[in-house]
Every structure is written in C-alpha cells, then in structure tokens.
Design a protein around this ligand. Structure first.
Ligand SMILES: [Zn+2]
Length: 55
C-alpha cells in the first residue's frame, strides 16, 4: 500500500502517485475532517477528524 500523507494535505502530485490508495481511503471513509471536509477511513489522515459512521 502506498504511503499517504494527510488527506488534508494531499496535493495534485500526491494524488497522481497514490491515486489507488487515496480512492480507497475516500470510498471506505469513516471519518470527515471538520476543517477541510475531506474524508478518510483512517482518522490519522485528517487534521480534525469526526466519525461519520453510525455504529
Ligand atoms: Zn483537515
């Protein structure tokens, strides 16, 4: 699995290099960043994560 920096800080180059990993993060997102509104399955990738699942 490619390494992703914080989703919040992902730039165009990061997307090119880690497209598959980023898409996986977004498609299985469980957290949303309250600052940037980006999403990820791993809250460590967000700067201000909030859980969006209803478990
Ligand atoms: Zn953020």
């Amino acid at each position: 699995m490619a390494k992703i920096k914080k989703m919040c800080k992902a730039a165009k180059d990061d997307f090119k290099e880690n497209e598959a990993a980023i898409i996986e993060e977004v498609s299985s997102a469980k957290y949303i960043c309250r600052k940037c509104l980006r999403t990820a399955s791993n809250k460590k990738l967000l700067c201000d994560p909030k859980k969006i699942t209803s478990e």
